[in-house]
Design a protein around this ligand. Structure first.
Ligand code: MN
Ligand code: MN
Length: 467
């Protein structure tokens, strides 16, 4: 090489941003640790397909690591591990730091609800001796993707007497499954003329649940009767009990390695359990942190974060105020000094649909955890927009600890966009930035992430809460 060529190479090394695939920046040992971490993540995905199951799984993992249920007024000292279960649908875990609580907490936030199909309150009906459930979809879905795939039902039913039944059916190999039917192509001429958004309409998302009548020629609605009889025998419920139920239809797919090289994971609900699990895993392994660690796994993000289990509610603020008071401070002071990684997935560049992204500013699989300064759409509407100072702090930390990361926006300016819980936390006067794992086919029944990005999200949380 000529001297000039050498100089150019050196200058490039010094001046250009580094955007290499994570594989080139990880040792064989680290790749092995990454793949083994992802085995546990896959198990979590299969165990926790709904927000309620994610809370249950989190509680059992937290308790196995010595976390105790928190009650306001508890005497708290450095090193204590606590959690608060919010109505079985959201959870906050905390580890008391050695620093004064006035120095703020290190907050990680992710959501554990995913797009799905909820049953309506009067779901069950019969049409020409076929029994079906009416649904109301939850979160942003492309409705046509949810037909002709096997579905399971998860949730709870509160009976008339107040007793509770938990339901999970369709996940066990021996269980029956459910399905939304679609038209055969031969008769879909009119349907195919609809636009894609209308290809399957909301009221066509009806779940097939049975077809055999109760054996009595005289009665009407015998298939519905037979279904109710099966449900009564299995769960002790009657038709009106659906009114006080939350039943969620989700794909039965299990989490699987994807690709000949097993570099990716296909599963239902990476959004946002991939950030929830990685934040939880980092919290479970954290011992005696300097700053108090608070990790919140929240519900209702997919419908706008409203409701008492969503992050627009005061439950996180109250929890921090409660522990602040127990430690002789107050919530306002603690929140104002706190820092947050708001963890949610981002859209990964998809070679089949390159036109939606601006390639210098989108996330790519295998290039590490994605740090996003601002979200929002059409002029950044709805974003909390992290300050340059805070982005600088996170950037220095990740680089210092060799966490592989990238920056990326969700889509081209004016293409669309989306929000996260970051704004609601930033509104509490907390320094907040979005981080997360790039996802292919986000919000589809089967989403894809790269193992390297999952592992780097976990490492980002681990170094953030330990710092
Ligand atoms: Mn999300
Ligand atoms: Mn989402």
């Amino acid at each position: 090489m000529s001297d000039n060529k050498n100089a150019a190479k050196e200058l490039k090394e010094k001046l250009f941003a580094k955007k290499k695939n994570g594989v080139f920046r990880m040792s064989d040992d680290e790749l092995k640790a990454c793949d083994s971490f992802c085995e546990d993540y896959k198990k979590f995905l299969d165990d926790a397909k709904t927000e309620r199951e994610a809370v249950k799984t989190a509680v059992s993992l937290l308790e196995s690591k010595g976390f105790k249920e928190y009650k306001p007024g508890m005497k708290l000292t450095a090193g204590d591990k606590i959690y608060r279960n919010n109505r079985g649908k959201a959870i906050i875990a905390a580890i008391i730091g050695s620093e004064a609580i006035e120095k703020g907490v290190r907050l990680c936030a992710a959501h554990i609800d995913s797009p799905r199909l909820d049953l309506k309150q009067n779901p069950l009906y019969e049409d020409n001796e076929i029994a079906l459930f009416k649904t109301h979809y939850y979160g942003g879905i492309k409705k046509y993707q949810w037909t002709a795939i096997p579905l399971a039902l998860h949730g709870v039913i509160i009976r008339a007497d107040g007793s509770e039944v938990c339901v999970t059916i369709g996940e066990d190999e021996q269980d029956p499954v459910f399905c939304i039917t679609d038209l055969l192509p031969h008769l879909a001429g009119d349907q195919m003329k609809r636009n894609l958004g209308q290809g399957i309409k909301g009221e066509e998302l009806n779940i097939l649940i049975g077809s055999r009548p109760f054996k009595d020629d005289e009665t009407s609605e015998a298939v519905k009767l037979n279904i109710l009889n099966v449900l009564y025998e299995k769960y002790g419920i009657t038709e009106s009990d659906f009114i006080s139920a939350e039943l969620e239809a989700v794909p039965t797919f299990k989490a699987k390695d994807m690709g000949f090289d097993r570099s990716m994971i296909g599963a239902y609900g990476h959004d946002d359990r991939v950030c929830a699990y990685t934040a939880l895993a980092a919290t479970l392994e954290c011992e005696n942190p300097e700053h108090t660690v608070v990790t919140v796994l929240t519900d209702k993000e997919e419908t706008g974060s409203d409701g008492n289990t969503g992050l627009c509610s005061a439950y996180l603020k109250y929890f921090i105020a409660d522990i602040a008071e127990d430690l002789g401070s107050n919530g306002r002071t603690v929140l104002s000094a706190s820092q947050c990684l708001s963890a949610d997935v981002n859209a990964a560049y998809d070679p089949t649909f390159p036109e939606v992204n601006e390639r210098n500013n989108c996330a790519y699989i295998n290039k590490g955890v994605c740090v996003t300064k601002f979200t929002g759409a059409r002029g950044k509407a709805g974003t909390s927009d992290a300050s340059a100072e805070y982005v600088g702090r996170i950037r220095r930390l990740l680089d210092k600890e060799n966490v592989i990361w990238q920056t990326g926006e969700l889509g081209k300016v004016d293409m669309g966009g989306g929000g996260t819980v970051a704004a609601y936390i930033a509104n509490l006067n907390v320094d907040t930035i979005d981080v997360g794992v790039p996802v292919l086919s986000m919000h589809a029944p089967y989403e894809i992430v790269s193992k390297i990005d999952v592992y780097m999200a976990y490492r980002a949380f681990a170094v953030f809460i330990a710092d």
